[in-house]
Design a protein around this ligand. Sequence first.
Ligand code: NAP
Ligand code: ZN
Ligand code: ZN
Length: 351
Amino acid sequence: MDVKQVKAYGTEASDAGLGELSIKRRGVTAKDVEIDIEYCGVCHSDLHFAKNDWGFSVYPVVPGHEIVGKVTNVGDAVTNFKVGDLVAVGCLVDSCRSCSNCENDLEQYCPEWVGTYGGHDKYFNMQTFGGYSESIVVDEHFVLKVPTNLNPAAVAPVLCAGITTWSPLRHWKVGKGSKVAVIGLGGLGHMAIKLANALGSEVTLFSRSPDKTKDAMNLGAHRVIISTDKDQMNTFQGHFDLIIDTVPYIHDVNPYVGTLATNGTLVLVGYLGPLDPMLNSVPMIMGRKTVAGSLIGGIAETQELLDFCGEHGIISEIEVINIQDINSAYERMLKSDVHYRFVIDMASLKA
Ligand code: NAP
Ligand code: ZN
Ligand code: ZN
C-alpha cells in the first residue's frame, strides 16, 4: 500500500490551538476513492473533540466531517465514482457491513463504525484524521454524490448538520401538519428549520437569543419562542409533535417536555452526557411523551438528503473562512455567534 504525507490542520493537546500538521493518507486500495478536499464545514463536534469535552479524544486531533471535494483517483474495483466527480464525505468512513444495523442502512449505529476523525484507522492502526486536510481516501460505500446545481461550499454542512436533523425528521415521520420545534439556532438548528419547513411542517424555534428572531423567520420558522421567558413557554404547553434539541452543553430539558403534545417526542442530538437536573417523569407519563436521542444518519439516508437538497435548492447559510482563522471561529462558536455555519475554503491550506 502506498502512503502519502499530506498537509492538515489539527491540535496536539486539549488546551492548544489548531495549527499545521503533516498526516499520512493511504494510497487507494481496490474499493477506495481519493478526494481532493475543496471545502470542509466546521461543526461544534469538531470543537468538542479538539478540546476533549467528551473525554475520549486521542491526539493529534484533525477535525472535520463535512467534506466536499473532487475525485482524483479510484481503486480498480470502484464502480460508482470516477476522476473529476464532485463528491462528499460525512461523519462515517467505515463500519462492519454485516451487522443488522449495517444491513438496514443504519451504519451510524454499527458497534464497529469508524468516525471520519477520532475513529480507528485499521490501515495505520491509529486514529482517523478528518477533513481539515488536503485530501482523504475513503471506501466508496461511504462516499456520496453531490448535486451539481448547488454551491459546493454551502453543501458541506449538509453532511453533518443536515443529516443529523434530517434523520429524526424522517424517523418521526414529519410532514404536512406536523408541529416541529428546534432548540438552538446554530449549525444544526438552522438546517433543521429549513428541512422541517421543506417537509411542510409548522416550525418553531426555541432560542435564548432574541436577536436571531428575524433570521429564524427568514430561514423558514413560523415563530420564535424565547426560552428564558416563562410566559412564552407556558403559552405552548402540549403543542409540539417533535422537538429537536441541538443545545451543545448541559441544560434543563424539563421545560421543553411540557410543550410536547400527547405522544410527542423530544430528541436530543446536541448534548452528550447525563442530564442535570434529572428528567421529571410526571409530564412524560401524563401524555405518553418520549425523550429520545439520535446520531447523524446512515449513508443511504444521507444520499437521500443530498438529493432532496438538490431538488429543493436547500443549502446552508455559510461564512467562508481560511483555515488560518479556525481558532477564532471556535471562539465565536463558543459565544453562539455563528451565522450559521463556518465553512473552510481548503485552498487556504494548500497555498
Ligand atoms: P452551534 O452552531 O454552536 O449551535 C448551537 C446553538 O445552541 C447555539 O447557536 C445556541 O443557540 C444554542 N446554545 C449554545 N449553548 C447553549 C446553552 N448553554 N444553553 C442553551 N442553548 C445553547 O453547534 P452545532 O454545530 O449546531 O452543534 C450542536 C450540538 O450538536 C453540538 O454539541 C454537537 O457536538 C452536536 N452534534 C451532534 C450530532 C449527532 O449526531 N447527534 C451531530 C452533529 C453535532 P441560541 O443562540 O439560538 O440559543
Ligand atoms: Zn458534526
Ligand atoms: Zn455493522
